[in-house]
Write a protein that binds this ligand. Sequence first.
Ligand SMILES: Cc1cc2nc3c(=O)[nH]c(=O)nc-3n(C[C@H](O)[C@H](O)[C@H](O)COP(=O)(O)OP(=O)(O)OC[C@H]3O[C@@H](n4cnc5c(N)ncnc54)[C@H](O)[C@@H]3O)c2cc1C
Length: 456
Amino acid sequence: MKYDVTIIGAGPGGIFSAYELMKKKPELKIAVFEAGYTLEKRKCPIDGDKVKSCIKCETCAIMNGFGGAGAFSDGKYNITNDFGGTLFEYIGKNKALELMRYVDDINMSHGGEGTKLFSTAGSEFKKICMQNKLTLLDASVRHLGTDINYIVLENIYNEMKDHVDFYFHTPVETVKVLDPGYRVIYKGGEVDCDKCIISVGRSGSKWMESLCKELNIETSSNRVDIGVRVEIPAVIFSHLTDKLYESKIVYRTEKFEDRVRTFCMNPNGIVVNENTNGIVTVNGHSFEDPEKKTENTNFALLVAKHFSEPFKDSNGYGESIARLSNMLGGGVIVQRFGDLERGRRSNAKRIEEGTIRPTLNATPGDLSLVLPKRILDGIIEMIHALDKIAPGTANEDTLLYGVEVKFYNMEVKLDNNLETNYKGLYVIGDGSGVTHSLSHASASGIYVARQIINQA
Ligand SMILES: Cc1cc2nc3c(=O)[nH]c(=O)nc-3n(C[C@H](O)[C@H](O)[C@H](O)COP(=O)(O)OP(=O)(O)OC[C@H]3O[C@@H](n4cnc5c(N)ncnc54)[C@H](O)[C@@H]3O)c2cc1C
């Protein structure tokens, strides 16, 4: 079997590269290999009744399958160069924004029309944040919501499925370099292609690492973000979330001068488990459908940890901390902010008596037994700083879930075309280490598709 282009991974990066190739060069023969299932077959077994917590399935329905890690996400497409990745370093700031807007247009024409585009431009909150030693980052945010995000993916898939060969439940084992072209090898088969786009996301990070070793492609890795997910009554943050939806706020701690930042804000949303390579961490999302909205808002507070020589395994460090919380709590731990400051664990009774109803069934415990002191101190300082712009954030009953870890894929050495040292072998999306978000990953897919189209 021979294809013009094979794409490994059907997350946003893979989907948008396939979509652009199909639209602009319909004569190309394209295959997409995906370790997970089609969208409608992606079902996490946790039902809150028979299955209460993660049972570590062979392929995680939340992370793998058509739509990738973003399929059941809140569908927040941040159109910005301020966060979400460093794509602009490769392709330039204007090009990166142009491609993110182009992705937004595609989403709008596939079921996203009518959803809100929020913007920090001209917001009065910039000044209020500054006055309280906080920085509000610039962005436009398209909030699709989990339900509309699903519909958009469904519509894009329906448009592609008769023109692109999808191989689901087919994890690629390796890629061999031919001369010319590439051989994509999976269990029970192989195909050859002229060009190969790798878009395996965060869940494919270990695989990506071993492929880079095999093919002698240079990589580097030195960052991991560690923190907690905060859950508060939605009214406490509503003045911010009603206007901006997602506010990315950065605080520089007084004690250590570390940067703590808010991440992935979900107004009226739910806190969820996330399974990365068998380790359960916490995340969050929210729905557009008014019936599915909760009375709580959640967001992460993360501290970036950069390592210098000789330590290289930043993700391993993050995993160890997450594993510790899994060891103590059997999964994610939840603690009241008041209990954390008092130096005592939360128990079921204290959570029950609190004023906030947790949206995730986590184990009450003590986060100070899990998180390094420096990180925990930074988080506590930031909660008090946020309390000044959103009074009530530092209430005793505020819930903290831990741990939230943002793993960064090692960075694959790429040129400005997002091409490796092998001609025609591209690495895009979160798996490249260049992007960390839906909009950047999708834009990187379009960018590479256009490189291929221009060469064809
Ligand atoms: C719960 C959750 C909520 C999120 N919310 C947001 C949000 O609101 N906004 C935002 O910007 N970002 C969000 N993110 C992050 C966002 O989902 C990712 O940045 C984005 O999906 C990256 O896209 P990608 O295509 O690079 O990788 P992924 O989406 O991870 O897709 C990679 C795909 O490759 C497949 N794969 C891996 N290895 C192989 C292999 N060997 N062979 C075949 N297939 C393979 C995987 O199964 C997966 O489907 C969220 C993530 C999670 C988990």
